[in-house]
Write a protein that binds this ligand. Structure first.
Ligand code: BG6
Ligand code: MG
Length: 256
């Protein structure tokens, strides 16, 4: 493609994005951009084994998008511990997790993540990362994704903010973008609910049973281009006007 052709294609795409009203894409980090959901699981499993607490894959899945403290409460499942033991356990889990994070490289970005971030920038859509994790900035730096993100909101930002806004609304405010013009990529039930409450369009990544509340569901980001995304959002908008509220679209099965 000649340079002028690619410029006019980009201009057309930008117009398409504008006509759909989408201005920003907000990406969760663990399990969306970064292959770190399995690292959180491995760290919790180690702690649970040491403490003689039951831990299985079903419980691990239920901890996606859940804070460190709430995760431990769910693992303890009613077992009483002192505040200082509770704190020591969350610290120990975090130390295990940080050991894993220190070994991450650019190769640990989930398939399709980097390409989609680059592609969306070409489509005129601003990208941000939004995570409940207090380690998210470190993870993005290790994956060399930070330069592709205009704003990063992590677990510290929402906790320290005086506005009381949740992390998605904080990101929209930082981008000066109407929340209704944001599309959110999330792998957790909790994240999809919060993004919906913020009035954003939601795309679930992974198991549809976990993501039933999302507007659209993809298997993963692999093969999802900016153009494909805009096409599905347009389908969603048209479908909504005809009464359908959701389409499940495993990326592998989509023909562009
Ligand atoms: C979420 C993960 O992104 O961050 C959860 O899905 C994790 O598993 C949560 O508990 C908090 O992460 P951190 O790094 O602050 O303990
Ligand atoms: Mg996640």
């Amino acid at each position: 493609m000649r340079r002028s052709d690619s410029r006019s294609a980009a201009a057309r795409s930008t117009r398409a994005a504008r006509s759909l009203g989408i201005r920003a894409a907000l990406f969760d980090v663990d399990g969306v951009l970064a292959d770190t959901a399995r690292l959180h699981t491995a760290a919790w499993r180690r702690l649970a084994d040491e403490e003689g607490l039951p831990f299985d894959d079903r419980l691990a899945d239920q901890l996606r998008g859940v804070s460190r403290e709430e995760s431990l409460r769910r693992i303890l499942n009613g077992r009483q511990v002192s505040d200082s033991d509770f704190r020591a356990m969350t610290d120990r889990k975090n130390a295990y997790y940080q050991e894993f994070v220190a070994r991450l490289t650019g190769e640990d970005a989930l398939p399709g993540a980097r390409v989609l971030l680059e592609d969306l920038a070409d489509e005129g859509i601003t990208c941000a990362a939004v995570s409940i994790s207090r380690n998210a900035r470190q993870v993005l730096a290790q994956l060399e994704l930070s330069p592709l993100l205009k704003v990063i909101i992590d677990g510290n930002d929402a906790a320290q903010s005086r506005t009381g806004l949740d992390r998605y609304l904080l990101a929209a405010a930082a981008l000066r973008c109407d929340p209704r013009k944001c599309v959110v990529f999330e792998d957790s039930t909790a994240g999809i609910s919060m993004a919906r409450r913020a009035g954003m369009v939601t795309i679930g990544l992974g198991d549809p049973r976990r993501l039933a509340a999302a507007d659209l569901i993809f298997d993963s980001l692999r093969g999802v281009s900016g153009r494909l995304l805009l096409r599905w959002l347009e389908t969603l908008r048209n479908g909504e006007s005809h009464g359908a509220s959701k389409a499940s679209c495993p990326s592998a099965k989509i023909t562009v």
